[in-house]
Design a binder for this molecule. Structure first.
Ligand code: PEP
Length: 250
């Protein structure tokens, strides 16, 4: 993939009943007519993956999951495995989102195990990292994020397609964002960590920014050095807003 082609990922979180599929249809229909260059992914809740995939068959929008279990099957009530997501039609999966790390106490090692499972079933992982506001306030943002990259990315990613999403926890769903200078600093540190770890192959993975991206701030964020795209929560639920963010990428 050309580095200039941005990857725009919508994370619907635990939002969306069947009617929400119309928003995905609208995004796809507009992208087909506009022949947009960006790579666009929608990650609906697990209950909608199959229906969204069917609704977008042959279209421009890829479908991903929001999490997977590290095991492929077993006595894990309420969980879905990477194999199940792939069977439902997902081709990517978000892993290590801060809402999972917080609410489900997922460690870097847990995230790394999930990445291994995603790769085993052919899913492209989007691995989230990000500091708390206290870390940023004490000047530890880069240190915290690079430690998460080291612990959450297994060696088996070498040569595989994957993305890293930098999502400062204090920016998610708050309307607050880092300055573009602060985003550039963390993205440069993540890039260096990827190159140190995977050699020249570490230059291929897009590094997405996530946290309160909206139609008003998307263009400036997407123009920031080494921002390869965006992971979008709230603003991905409405086709109109999500399309405005996608258009800001060209
Ligand atoms: C997210 O959930 O990954 C996210 C970035 O959310 P929001 O865009 O709503 O801040």
């Amino acid at each position: 993939m050309k580095q200039s082609v941005k990857m725009i990922v919508g994370n619907w979180k635990m939002n969306g009943l069947a009617a929400q599929i119309d928003e995905a249809r609208e995004v796809d229909a507009v992208l087909r007519s506009e022949q947009a260059e960006s790579r666009v992914v929608i990650c609906p809740p697990a209950t909608l993956i199959h229906r969204v995939k069917m609704a977008l068959e042959g279209g421009r929008v890829e479908v991903g999951g929001q999490d997977c279990h590290a095991e492929s099957c077993g006595a894990f009530t309420g969980s879905a495995s990477a194999e199940m997501l792939a069977d439902a039609g997902a081709t990517l999966v978000i892993l290590g989102h801060s809402e999972r790390r917080d609410a489900f106490r997922e460690s870097d090692a847990d995230v790394s195990a999930k990445v291994e499972s995603a790769l085993a079933y052919g899913l492209e992982p989007i691995i989230c990292v990000g500091e708390r506001s206290a870390d940023r306030d004490t000047g530890r943002a880069v240190e915290v994020v690079t430690a998460q990259v080291a612990g959450s990315l297994p060696a088996s990613l070498e040569g595989k397609a994957f993305a890293v999403a930098y999502e400062p926890i204090w920016a998610i769903g708050t309307g607050r964002t880092p300055t573009t200078g602060e985003i550039a600093e963390v993205h440069a540190a993540i890039r260096q960590a990827l190159v140190d770890r995977f050699g020249e192959g570490g230059r291929a993975a897009p590094i997405l920014y996530g946290g309160s991206v909206n139609p008003g701030n998307a263009a400036a964020i997407l123009r920031t050095p080494d921002v390869g795209g965006a992971l979008v929560g709230g603003a991905s639920l409405k086709a109109h807003d999500f399309l405005a963010i996608i258009r800001a990428a060209h």
